[in-house]
Design a protein around this ligand. Structure first.
Ligand SMILES: NC(=O)c1ccc[n+]([C@@H]2O[C@H](COP(=O)([O-])OP(=O)(O)OC[C@H]3O[C@@H](n4cnc5c(N)ncnc54)[C@H](O)[C@@H]3O)[C@@H](O)[C@H]2O)c1
Length: 454
């Protein structure tokens, strides 16, 4: 039986205003998560204010310019022109918002410990400026307990008049993770279901109503901790399964079995199996980082996440493995370290996006450079330049058969759809393919496929 909750008059009025979209929403952090979300609220007719510490992004948006691939340029232009969406670096505007959604980065430190300083800074800026009755929703992926142990105390302390705020009376607080998949044409902010867990049942109801304006299906869970942990489960599920196929790819390399054909065969099972594919490693702002957030938190409880950490390490070893594949191929050619000409295809961490964060392709580039292999170029139409061991390297401007022919080794690290893999396979002396991109090539003699053993 579903229990009913008593809702006070103020909360009821707020809930009505939310349902009538008669609120102002503030999105804190206008990156891959925050900007699409801000656009969705503004598209729903809700007055939306985007808070962003990067002044360049604020200026771009207010001039009507989009900087995130998945969002339509015209949409951003219209929403900012009509001022339905306003970007600002001025946190005083927080006092004009009824709800604030925090979408700031959650990176790790050099020693792979969680860095929640962006969350803490954003929360402090909100706390210093928010009005009574504000709804605060944390969206940044983080370890279980962040909302209640770190965010809530900052919001309780009202430093402007040295008083303490009360939950439900003065503010509402919840955690609601993000599931955006940049580059995914089917699942977007609007149609991807999202969980939400408040610090009280009323907070859950109110936060769910706020999220429901931008997201069609909202799943209410019993606490912020459940919502925080379920997000980590989603990402660690991927990390562990990718690690499994990465390990199998190495075994298949040793025994001469094609892992890609194995996976495709296994994927014909209509139940109980989901295909994951090997590659040069994992990147982006989530799957690589999140296992370490959980591992760090678990230590406080004298718990070691052996299995999860082993998976993360297995994935992080892949760029080193690919470096060794390149070194082996150089050794087979009539070239040496100092003369081998290598072209890396794709720098983004995954296909069809311009996100370079923790890109395994860049890691491979750095490792080869550290090895003393200096004639390395790269091509990525999405990433015009990269920093490799403190040197700025520009992408070559185009590829065609004569460009490809001029290199000793072509290394495919990101399988952007714009690449003509037929042409690449035909024109190369040797292709090291870490994505099975040349699977349809007629002549496979020059293809060295990760997880194939040839
Ligand atoms: N990118 C994804 O695919 C994805 C998917 C799911 C969840 N997430 C999570 O969402 C969060 C945000 O990720 P992202 O990819 O959007 O990051 P991002 O780096 O693209 O965007 C974050 C933005 O926040 C801004 N910022 C930092 N501190 C701020 C502050 N105090 N006030 C206002 N703005 C501030 C940054 O300048 C940046 O523009 C992370 O926790 C991430 O793990 C990301």
């Amino acid at each position: 039986m579903k229990s009913t909750i008593e809702i006070d008059t103020n909360s009821k009025t707020l809930l009505n205003n939310i349902k009538n979209k008669n609120i102002t929403v503030g999105i804190v952090g206008l990156g891959y998560v925050g900007l699409p979300l801000a656009c969705e609220y503004a598209s729903q007719g809700v007055q939306t204010i985007g808070f962003e510490v990067n002044q360049e992004k604020v200026d771009l948006l207010n001039a009507g310019n989009n900087y995130i691939e998945d969002i339509d340029d015209d949409l951003v232009r219209n929403l900012t022109k009509t001022k339905r969406l306003i970007a600002t670096a001025d946190f005083k505007e927080v006092s004009n918002c009824d709800a604030l959604i925090i979408c700031v980065p959650t990176p790790f430190t050099e020693n792979k410990e969680p860095d929640i300083s962006f969350i803490l800074n954003a929360t402090k800026s909100i706390s210093d400026n928010m009005k009574k009755g504000t709804v605060v929703i944390l969206k940044s992926t983080t370890f279980p307990g962040t909302t209640e142990k770190f965010v809530m105390p900052i919001l309780i302390k009202n430093e402007s008049n040295n008083s303490l705020r009360e939950i439900e009376k003065d503010f509402y607080l919840a955690f609601s993770p993000e599931r955006i998949d940049p580059g995914n044409k089917k699942w977007n902010t609007k149609n991807t279901p999202i969980a939400v867990g408040g610090v009280t049942p009323i907070c859950t109801k109110i936060a769910a109503a706020v999220i429901n304006i931008a997201v069609e299906k909202v799943i209410e869970v019993s606490s912020p901790t459940i919502a925080e942990m379920e997000k980590l489960l989603e990402n660690i599920f991927r990390s562990v399964n990718i690690a499994l196929v990465n390990e199998l790819a190495k075994l298949c390399d040793r025994i001469g079995v094609n892992i890609w054909e194995v996976i495709d065969a296994a994927a014909t099972k209509p139940f109980g199996f989901m295909p994951f594919y090997p590659g040069p490693g994992i990147g982006g702002h989530c799957i690589l980082i999140d296992p370490y957030y959980l591992e760090w938190m678990a230590r406080e409880y004298d718990f070691v996440t052996n299995f999860i950490t082993l998976a993360a390490e297995t994935n992080e070893d892949m760029p080193f493995y690919v470096r060794d594949m390149v070194i082996k191929e150089i050794a087979k050619q009539p070239v040496s370290y100092s003369t081998a000409k290598i072209l890396i295809l794709g720098m983004a961490f995954k296909k069809n996006v311009s996100d370079l964060r923790h890109s395994p392709a860049l890691k491979v580039f750095e490792l080869l450079d550290l090895e003393g292999i200096k004639n390395i170029d790269y091509y990525d139409p999405y990433i015009p330049k990269v920093n490799v061991n403190s040197n700025t390297i520009n992408s070559i401007s185009e590829i065609n058969s004569s460009v490809i022919e001029s290199y000793d080794i072509i290394l495919i690290t990101t399988d952007h759809s714009v690449f003509d893999f037929d042409m690449i396979a035909k024109s190369s002396k040797i292709v090291i393919d870490t994505r099975n991109s040349c699977k349809n090539a007629e002549n496979r003699d020059n293809i060295v496929l990760l997880g194939d053993g040839k």
